[in-house]
Design a protein around this ligand. Structure first.
Ligand SMILES: [Zn+2]
Length: 135
């Protein structure tokens, strides 16, 4: 087994894609910036279990590894938001929007039925009145 000492790693898993789109802060809804974070992690340290160390064919990394990843940063909240948190927030927002749309269309449907019933009732009353008036 080959051991590679002091590997300089860039974990793509944590990297924000360069798509030209805006991300919003889950707390204040202002546009967030992308901030690059880096940390040197020793494979033997306690926090090593939170990082994905690179694996090679027939080899592993030992010693200090530099991890580089992106986070979102909201300047007005002075808070960092991880990519995982942002994905979760966006998924939740989309789910809520879908739910609101569904509830809205159901409400519209009910209103349309009520309106149709009212029109029918009024027409019926008018017809009855006309019939009686012509007698
Ligand atoms: Zn914010």
């Amino acid at each position: 087994m080959n051991l590679l000492e002091g590997f300089q790693g860039y974990s793509k898993r944590y990297s924000i894609s360069a798509r030209a789109r805006k991300y919003y802060c889950p707390i204040c809804w202002k546009t967030v910036q992308v901030r690059v974070k880096s940390q040197i992690i020793d494979t033997k340290s306690e926090e090593a279990k939170n990082f994905d160390f690179p694996v090679f064919e027939g080899g592993a990394v030992v010693g200090k590894v530099k991890f580089v990843w992106d986070v979102f940063y909201c300047a007005s909240c002075d808070k960092e938001i991880t990519i995982t948190e942002m994905r979760e927030f966006e998924r939740e927002t989309k789910r809520r929007e879908r739910e609101e749309k569904r509830v809205g269309s159901e409400r519209n449907e009910r209103f349309r039925l009520l309106l149709r019933a009212a029109v029918l009732l009024i027409s019926f009353v008018l017809v009855v009145m006309l019939v009686y008036a012509n007698r």
